[in-house]
Design a protein around this ligand. Structure first.
Ligand SMILES: NC(=O)c1ccc[n+]([C@@H]2O[C@H](COP(=O)([O-])OP(=O)(O)OC[C@H]3O[C@@H](n4cnc5c(N)ncnc54)[C@H](O)[C@@H]3O)[C@@H](O)[C@H]2O)c1
Length: 463
């Protein structure tokens, strides 16, 4: 049994911190063991630091403790998971009281979604923060990995931990830092090995300790930010940059359809220039990050000047209209085929908000399905990550070929690998009405037309 440091972590000098890291005497508690929290907890445990995961999802905790790796779409972590479960350096619990009082580092990878009217929801963080007031070991470190708007830590979260049954003082009783996670779902293994970590804290000493710990665990560059709000601003800026640029190409895509220009050819040409960064049009921008992050930054101007950040508001509007545009392309193609949407069999290929992950949070597919229901189309759904299950009140198909046989139209929503080699000739031979709307830029439009398909694609004019 490894002996835990009796000292307060935030009071140790750097040499002692280095020694404690090497000897595995810094105990870690990772609260939230989902897409981000579990790979993070595994990385800490694998570096030799005893780690406990805490999650309210008892099924997930049970799965973890029985040695069944839950994140099948995050390649790389399964072996690490087996190792740390086997050597007992990691286990999970639903009981926060079992984990926090014995831990020196508390990592928070809790969800930060938004309400239907786009107000950020930090309730999971607040609820855990209240527990931390009761449970924190003196001198421990709290690191928020969740994405929050700049100022949330300083103006709200710290006082949640400081006030309660115990009166705590940040910097004295506990250290407060952020390391906003910037890894991409589906690519977390690669990103953890390569991307720098942004670390911000409420005081320089805490920042240095967190930097040392993260350097030890991940072995990557640490970017020390001046404070928590700057680190959170950096995380949001990089994602909002993408939301805005995707909106830009989505808007161009709609124009290019009218002008008879294929946007893929245009983007390919632009990408030849060194200072162009390619973004692709699509059926919408979903997931737990990009759309939410834009609203988080918008929320941070709510009390300042609501006229600021017009470009982000415009980008959101454009991206939120894209599911509608996909349905318009379908209606146009059906019109060409002389068919009505009502009663036509429309097959949705791909539910996930991005290729090759099992995640339907804020996916544009949901909006498209709702619109098709209103138009009384017969809907069939196939997604390799959601076979034979009920999603958005529909039973999904188990087999791609069965799904498309006798279809009147295919809406290709998510560019999963399984859809990359779809043969236009095969599609045309299986379908009753050979319509395809390609929102992932997967099909060769010329080949599709040659095969007899009625082809539509986002931004695919002139073909
Ligand atoms: N998913 C991504 O690609 C990604 C990338 C970068 C950053 N982030 C950010 O990381 C944070 C976590 O996102 P995620 O994708 O891992 O979410 P997730 O939903 O996959 O995981 C969150 C976990 O927290 C658990 N949880 C919820 N409330 C809890 C509570 N009160 N106590 C203990 N556990 C609780 C949930 O059961 C879940 O397992 C968010 O702020 C998100 O914006 C996500």
């Amino acid at each position: 049994m490894i002996k835990q440091t009796a000292e307060k972590l935030i009071e140790l000098n750097m040499d002692d911190i280095k020694k404690s890291l090497k000897n595995g005497r810094i105990f870690v508690c990772a609260i939230g063991t989902g897409r981000i929290g579990l790979p993070t907890a595994l990385s800490f445990a694998h570096s030799g630091l005893p780690t406990i995961g805490v999650d309210v999802n008892s099924k997930l905790v049970q799965m973890i403790n029985s040695g069944d790796f839950p994140l099948k779409d995050e390649p790389g972590f399964d072996k690490m998971f087996d190792e740390v479960i086997k050597n007992k350096n990691f286990h999970a619990t639903t009981n926060i009281e079992e984990a926090v009082p014995h831990s020196d580092v508390i990592l928070l990878s809790l969800p930060t979604p938004m309400s239907k009217d786009h107000i950020p929801d930090y309730s999971a963080l607040i609820s855990v923060g209240k527990n931390l007031n009761k449970l924190l070991k003196p001198g421990s470190l709290v690191v928020v990995e969740s994405t929050v708007q700049p100022g949330f830590i300083e103006n709200e979260f710290v006082s949640v931990i400081e006030t309660g049954t115990r009166k705590l003082k940040v910097g004295k009783d506990f250290g407060m830092a952020v390391c906003p996670e910037i890894a991409n779902p589906g690519e977390i293994w690669k990103d953890f090995k390569n991307l720098p970590r942004l670390v911000g804290a409420l005081d320089k000493r805490t920042a240095d300790i967190v930097a040392e710990i993260y350097r030890y665990v991940f072995g990557v560059e640490i970017v020390l930010m001046p404070d928590c709000k700057s680190a959170n601003a950096a995380k949001l800026t990089s994602n909002v940059f993408r939301d805005i640029n995707i909106a830009f190409v989505n808007e161009l895509a709609i124009l290019f359809e009218k002008l008879g220009i294929d946007i893929l050819k245009v983007l390919e040409a632009c990408d030849k220039k060194y200072n162009f960064q390619i973004h692709y049009p699509g059926a919408g921008v979903g997931g737990p990050c990009l759309p939410v992050n834009s609203y988080q930054i918008l929320n941070s101007v709510r009390n300042l000047d609501n006229n600021m950040l017009k470009i982000i508001k415009a980008a959101r509007k454009i991206n939120e209209k894209m599911p509608c545009h996909v349905v318009d392309l379908l209606l146009d193609a059906l019109n060409e085929a002389g068919k009505k949407v009502k009663g036509s069999t429309v097959v949705i290929l791909g539910l996930s908000y991005k290729p090759n992950v099992r995640d339907i949070q804020l996916t544009p597919a949901e909006e498209i399905i709702k619109k098709l229901e209103n138009l009384q189309a017969k809907i069939k759904i196939y997604d390799p990550y959601f076979k034979s299950v009920k999603v958005f009140s529909h039973n999904t198909e188990s087999n791609l070929m069965d799904a498309i046989t006798n279809a009147d139209a295919i809406l290709l929503i998510t560019a999963h690998n399984e859809f990359h080699d779809l043969s236009p000739t095969l599609l045309a031979s299986k379908m009753t009405t050979p319509i395809i709307v390609d929102s992932g830029g997967l099909l060769d439009a010329v080949a599709a037309k040659k095969a007899g398909l009625i082809f539509r694609g986002i931004g695919r004019g002139g073909i």
